[in-house]
Design a protein around this ligand. Structure first.
Ligand SMILES: Cc1cc2nc3c(=O)[nH]c(=O)nc-3n(C[C@H](O)[C@H](O)[C@H](O)COP(=O)(O)O)c2cc1C
Length: 201
């Protein structure tokens, strides 16, 4: 689920919320999954992967990850990203371009503490996307961290795990229709606020 908190009062944000509510009404699986595209300045290549969008606060889209992971290094060196949703139950795609930032520490702390100890044990024990000799070693690292956490008095967020948020400057809403007569609408944030265009399918 995506939590909408005091979202920006503008057409693209209302459009997004309306589509989201419709997708939920139609029991869309993984409704919060979005594919984030990033650019690695070092490797001169683009990568994409899914993450879970947790909440939208005003015009900021929040998700959480490991700060040492490849995506996080991409974000640090090249702050322009893309984000794409596909909600199959309502045959709708939403494409977003935005600028990404690191979340405030208190937002990351609050989110970390709201999660189960099992999820946090994984966040702590995994050096995300680094090589390891076997899956058994992953399980061993995880179980020893979980045991440690269960026996410790307090739980602290590690500084290598936390939130990111991006602020969109572009949206495209794509609504599939029969014979590919799809409806497409884009919004671009220019000097005079959001500009809207209809696109051909
Ligand atoms: C539906 C779905 C949701 C995911 N959500 C997250 C997430 O919220 N945060 C995260 O770090 N990885 C998430 N992952 C795993 C990422 O896709 C990816 O494997 C991982 O973050 C490493 O990416 P990187 O090597 O590009 O940094 C998710 C995967 C799927 C399939």
């Amino acid at each position: 689920m995506i939590n909408f908190i005091d979202i920006e009062d503008s057409k693209p944000f209302h459009e997004l919320k309306k589509l989201y509510e419709n997708a939920c009404k139609h029991n869309q699986d993984y409704v919060e999954a979005m594919c984030i595209g990033s650019y690695s300045l070092r490797n001169k290549e683009i990568s994409s992967r899914f993450v879970n969008l947790k909440f939208i606060k005003n015009n900021e889209f929040y998700f959480f990850s490991n700060y040492n992971s490849p995506k996080s290094l991409d974000f640090k060196n090249h702050s322009q990203i893309t984000s794409t949703f596909f909600w199959s139950r309502i045959n709708s795609q939403i494409r977003i371009k935005g600028k990404i930032f690191t979340a405030d520490k208190d937002i990351s702390d609050k989110h970390f503490l709201s999660r189960s100890i099992e999820k946090n044990a994984l966040a702590i024990s995994s050096k995300q996307s680094e090589k390891i000799s076997s899956y058994n070693e992953v399980i061993n690292n995880y179980e020893s961290t979980l045991n440690f956490l269960k026996n410790s008095k307090e739980l602290n967020r590690p500084d290598y795990w936390g939130g990111f948020y991006f602020i969109p400057y572009y949206f495209e809403f794509w609504i599939g229709n029969k014979y590919r007569i799809n409806q497409r609408k884009e919004f671009f944030h220019g000097d005079n606020g959001w500009e809207e265009n209809i696109l051909q399918p």
